[in-house]
Design a protein around this ligand. Structure first.
Ligand code: CAA
Length: 240
């Protein structure tokens, strides 16, 4: 039986590319989304990849949703925690919901989703968990105390879970993409984006497929000895 991958935020941007790339490489894929039914319909028609709809910041929804996926498709072998949002603003103007929304969707979701799959993975002696962090979790970003904190949190979470899971055939890794050409960048003012682009030595934004190919590698058997790492993928903008 082909391995089953679940991709959160799997119908748009980086997540869409990850879903498609995993599917092309022969995995069975289920893509999860939160709200955008129209985009989900178009995604299903275009790719043939089934979609599920629930909010990854809601623990109970994750419990119910993962149970449904497992019931229909079997155990999840590969979990890609990609769902993420931005609510940018400087801290002195940030309200509480900007903080909690980002922490819940970007970081708590990793707990909410991993908690559902980790015991079955341990019991079966195999698993791949790939968490999408960000360059801004590594270097911090003006206007993103919330997002930078969540994405840095993902890196610590990844290292801790990797240690707990290594003896059970489960690898847990993070990817820290830089500025990738997706809808998410549309919220950045043009002047700021021009400035950011000038800081990328490779001289362009990244492509979602470039992140997707890294996910495919970390999901593969060839990557069995890599765990707890953060793969930096940012065109040279920030070197760790
Ligand atoms: N460093 C230092 N100072 C800065 C600065 C920076 N990077 N950016 C802006 N400032 C200064 C401005 O010059 C301005 O100074 P003055 O008041 O002296 O003129 C002051 O800070 C306020 O700047 P803004 O007018 O831009 O403030 P604002 O409140 O209107 O907007 C902001 C602030 C929302 C944070 C806006 O600057 C912004 O959207 N920045 C982009 C944030 C960003 O990079 N987000 C990434 C989104 S993509 C993503 O997150 C994906 C990923 O993983 C990479």
């Amino acid at each position: 039986m082909k391995k089953l991958a679940l991709v959160t935020g799997g119908i748009r941007g980086i997540g869409e590319a990850v879903s498609c790339e995993l599917s092309e490489k022969g995995y069975r894929v289920v893509a999860l989304y939160q709200a955008n039914d129209k985009v989900a319909d178009a995604f299903r028609k275009k790719t043939g990849i089934p979609t599920y709809k629930w909010d990854v910041s809601d623990f109970k929804a994750c419990q119910k949703g993962v149970a449904e996926v497992t019931e229909s498709y079997g155990h999840i072998d590969i979990l890609v925690n990609n769902a993420g949002i931005t609510r940018d603003g400087v801290l002195h103007k940030m309200d509480y919901s900007q903080w909690t929304d980002v922490l819940q969707t970007n970081l708590n979701s990793c707990f909410n989703m991993c908690r559902q799959v980790i015991e079955p993975m341990r019991n079966r002696g195999f698993g791949r968990i790939i968490n999408i962090s960000s360059i801004n979790g590594q270097k911090g970003q003006f206007g993103q105390t919330n997002y930078s904190a969540a994405k840095a949190g993902i890196i610590g979470f990844t290292k801790a879970l990797a240690q707990e899971s290594a003896s059970k055939g489960i690898t847990v890794n993070a990817i820290a993409p830089g500025y990738i050409n997706t809808e998410m960048l549309q919220s950045i003012p043009d002047t700021v984006l021009t400035q950011i682009r000038s800081q990328i030595p490779i001289g362009r934004l990244g492509y979602p497929q470039e992140v997707a190919r890294a996910v495919v590698f970390l999901a593969s058997d060839e990557a069995a000895f890599i765990t707890g790492t953060t793969l930096t993928l940012n065109g040279g903008q920030y070197l760790v």
